[in-house]
Structure formats: structure tokens, C-alpha cells
Design a protein around this ligand. Structure first.
Ligand SMILES: [Zn+2]
Length: 289
């Protein structure tokens, strides 16, 4: 069943595929309509046509920098994200990031992606970026991370942090435990933090703890099959006011944005809760005013 209102998919991967390492691309391509997917990657009009067909009002295109594991380099990935979204700025919200392992000119580089490119969110992917997201503390060497959080906080844009395991070749899962994000929420109390994937499939309790402890910690339900959602997150309704829908399309096991939206809408949840998660929360979170 299709929801009777336009929805928001806050987590899809429209990325510069020509940058992706061949082995990562193979993992991404498995079992999907690669042709249509690639057409949508190349042409924002194709994506918006699809969105119109399925009454999807807005999407976030989640890009990030992970040269070693994925092939996404800072030079190129952010420009791609900004340029792609610029074709339909009212429909497409671009995310990007910087290489936190490179300290050179970090202030200028973060200013560039926020203020010159106009990215509206920053993505941190610890298992693919090979870092603890709190590695600016306790003798950690990545002061760059504090600069990212500080500037995102000042600009009022969210930082989305991947939580939970990744099985892409080369991913390191010691970085996947969301508890490190507690530090960030303490140190940057006005920063909006989105826990992508709610720590699945191991750290859902940690995600729930962080959601309840910190006012500005949000949660996206992407990459969990909707049918399994309440199994993974039985507490979902208690944090429904800070939960946003995401499909993670075209990630592994995601049939399509529309299929996931419909499957979510069929869950035994209150109508108001479904609407918050499928639409209202994301509009509030990404409001530009
Ligand atoms: Zn994702």
C-alpha cells in the first residue's frame, strides 16, 4: 500500500560510480536492475522521474569520502554530490565529507564543502573510513574530526554516522560500535547527529540508549528490511519523534525505494507514527529556514 502523502527517503546512495573500486562495485551490483540504477546515477532527471512516479518528495544522497576501502576521494565526490543535487535543489539533499586522515588545511576544506558547495549534511562512515568517530579525544590523533563536528554544528547541518557492521571488502568493524558517538553528543550538544542503521545487527541497544540520552541524536532505519524492523527495534515507537525513513537503495538487499516505503507503511504502527517517520520528521530535520 502506498502512503497517502509524499514521503522522504533520507538515505540513498547516488554516488560517482566511476570512482568505486571494482570489487566494491561488484558487491553493489548484485541482483538488481543495474542499468536503470546507473541511469539514475548519471542523470538527476531520471531520479526525479522515479520519485514522481512513487510520490517521493525528497531524498538525501549520501556521499562520503573513503579512498582506501571504497575509492571515494575527497576531490570529486563532494562536487559530484553538489552538482547532482543542484539540478533539483528542492528535491535532492546532498551529503558529503572530508578525509579526516588528512589534516592539511582542514578548516578550509570543511568550509568549502559546507559554504561553497552548499552540502546539507556530512557523512562519517567509521568502518569504511577506518576511524573511531571520537578519535579527537583521549589521545586520539584525529583533531580533524572535532573541526568537522564544530563547523557542522555552527552551520546547523546534520552529521550522519554509519553505525553497525559493514561487510564490504576491506571494511573494519571494530569501528562500527555506536557507543563512541556518546562523546560527540556530549562535546557538541547543538550538533544534529543521525545514527544511520541504528547499530544493526549487533548494537541496537546502544543506539536506543544514545537516542534517549541525547536530545539531538536521531536515527535512520535504513538498510534494515522493513519486515524485520520491529524485530530489530522493538522500541521504535518510543523514539518515533526522532526517527527518519531511509531505504539505503541501491545497497545490498534493497529491492527499491518504493518497495521499502510500501513495506514500511504496512507495518502494524499507528498512522501518526508512520507519517512522522516517512515524512514529517525529515522535513523538520532538513528545514532550511
Ligand atoms: Zn548507506
Amino acid at each position: 500500500m502506498i502512503p497517502p502523502y509524499p514521503t522522504v527517503d533520507a538515505h540513498i546512495h547516488i554516488q560517482p560510480w566511476e570512482m568505486i573500486h571494482p570489487h566494491a562495485l561488484e558487491a553493489l551490483k548484485q541482483g538488481r536492475d543495474a542499468e536503470r540504477t546507473l541511469a539514475m546515477m548519471r542523470d538527476p532527471d531520471e531520479l526525479v522521474r522515479y520519485m514522481d512516479e512513487h510520490n517521493i518528495e525528497k531524498v538525501c544522497i549520501i556521499n562520503y569520502v573513503a579512498p582506501e576501502v571504497m575509492g571515494f576521494r575527497e576531490e570529486g565526490v563532494n562536487e559530484f554530490s553538489a552538482r547532482y543535487a543542484a539540478a533539483h535543489p528542492d528535491r535532492i539533499i546532498p551529503f558529503g565529507g572530508v578525509d579526516a586522515h588528512n589534516p592539511v588545511d582542514i578548516e578550509r576544506r570543511v568550509d568549502y564543502i559546507i559554504h561553497e558547495l552548499g552540502l546539507r549534511g556530512i557523512k562519517i562512515h567509521p568502518p569504511h573510513q577506518l576511524l573511531m568517530p571520537n578519535a579527537y579525544r583521549d589521545g586520539g590523533t584525529l583533531e580533524t574530526l572535532a573541526v568537522i563536528y564544530e563547523k557542522a554544528q555552527a552551520a546547523g547541518i546534520p552529521v550522519m554516522i554509519h553505525t553497525g557492521t559493514s561487510v564490504f571488502p576491506g571494511a573494519r568493524n571494530k569501528y562500527a560500535d555506536p557507543m563512541a558517538i556518546d562523546d560527540i553528543a556530549v562535546d557538541f550538544p547543538e550538533l544534529t547527529i543521525i545514527l544511520a542503521h541504528g547499530g544493526r545487527p549487533i548494537w541496537m541497544d546502544t543506539a536506543y540508549f544514545l537516542l534517549r540520552r541525547h536530545r539531538n541524536v536521531w536515527f535512520d532505519i535504513s538498510s534494515v528490511p522493513p519486515k524485520r524492523l520491529l524485530h530489530y527495534f522493538p522500541w521504535l515507537e518510543r523514539v518515533a519523534h526522532k526517527t527518519i525513513f531511509g531505504s539505503d537503495w541501491p545497497g545490498p538487499g534493497v529491492p527499491s525505494m518504493a518497495a521499502n516505503i510500501e513495506a514500511f507503511y504496512e507495518l502494524p504502527l499507528d498512522e501518526e507514527i508512520k507519517r512522522l517517520i516517512l515524512r514529517d520528521n525529515a522535513l523538520r530535520l532538513f528545514a532550511t529556514e
